[in-house]
Write a protein that binds this ligand. Structure first.
Ligand code: FE2
Length: 288
């Protein structure tokens, strides 16, 4: 039995959220849910997450897991809202603790913010498994974009997070704190060593201008090895590191990196409310 997978695309952030389940009426996981955030007003909404909730209801699924491939820098996680509405446990790679340490300093977080990943319900190490009804996920450590990225394999499907994108888009940037182009190359090749027909489900798509294609959130090992512009067969680690480093030096910070990271390292919770009951995010000046 293969997992059943429904994918949702958020055009505002280019993010893919995936709903994975063993069978109708069975057990489900949501990977990388998006909380809508308007940076102009500071208002959050749940339009993306509500589509996932509707699909959970339609297929009569029990939500067991809300999984993050990493602490995203381009969107806020809807994990807390999903958990409030449908239950489930939040999951991320155990390396999140190191990421929390970096950003705890950057954002001068409250003294009792602990950097041990305990804001999440469950932490996974490389090779660990997570049950999903009659099926199970296996965690595959894929550092590079961040030091703590995890891919999640279930049957013939792998949720690759920010490693590879569609073949015409390439790979994820490696210039965030703890990022490492050499590590990303090795992580990508760990995934590309899987059988050629393995389906790779993506965390993002950004169709190139002029490509004429629609957003797409799934590709295969065979397609990536044949045509990924950054890592197709024949591109050496040295060539990749040079290309990635030069390209990263040209990239702006993601629009939502400052709000996203502050929420996502808390497993989607907002920072504690101030005395007036309002939750605030911080903008460190001249830090990044
Ligand atoms: Fe990312």
């Amino acid at each position: 039995m293969n997992a059943q997978i429904l994918s949702f695309f958020d055009p505002a952030t280019g993010t893919g959220t995936h709903l994975v389940f063993d069978q109708p009426g069975g057990r489900a996981a949501v990977i990388d849910p998006v909380l809508d955030y308007d940076p102009k007003s500071g208002r959050t909404r749940h339009q993306n997450a509500d589509k996932v909730l509707a699909a959970l209801r339609e297929h009569q699924l029990t939500l067991d897991w809300i999984m993050e491939t990493h602490a995203h820098a381009d969107h806020l996680s809807a994990a807390v809202y999903l958990q409030q509405q449908a239950g489930g446990k939040t999951v991320i790679g155990a390396g999140i603790a190191g990421v929390q340490q970096v950003f705890r300093k950057a954002f001068d977080l409250e003294a009792d913010f602990v950097c041990d990943g305990s804001q999440f319900d469950h932490l996974l190490h490389d090779g660990e498994t997570l049950p999903l009804g009659a099926l199970h996920f296996t965690a595959i450590a894929v550092p590079g974009h961040t030091p703590a990225d995890m891919a999640y394999q279930i049957g013939d499907a792998v949720f690759v997070g920010d490693t590879m994108f569609m073949p015409d888009v390439g790979t994820a940037r490696c210039d965030f704190p703890g990022g490492d182009a050499r590590a990303l190359y090795q992580s990508v090749h760990k995934l590309l060593a899987l059988p050629a027909a393995t389906r790779l489900f993506l965390c993002h798509d950004y169709p190139p201008a002029g490509s004429g294609r629609s957003p797409c959130l799934v590709t295969t090992v065979a397609d990536q090895r044949a045509g990924n512009i950054h890592v197709h067969d024949g591109i050496s680690e040295e060539d990749f590191v040079v290309m990635r480093s030069q390209r990263d030096a040209t990239l702006d910070m993601p629009q939502l990196i400052l709000p996203s990271v502050q929420v996502n390292i808390r497993a989607g919770h907002f920072p504690p409310a101030a005395e007036n009951g309002v939750h605030y995010l911080k903008i460190p000046l001249n830090f990044f």
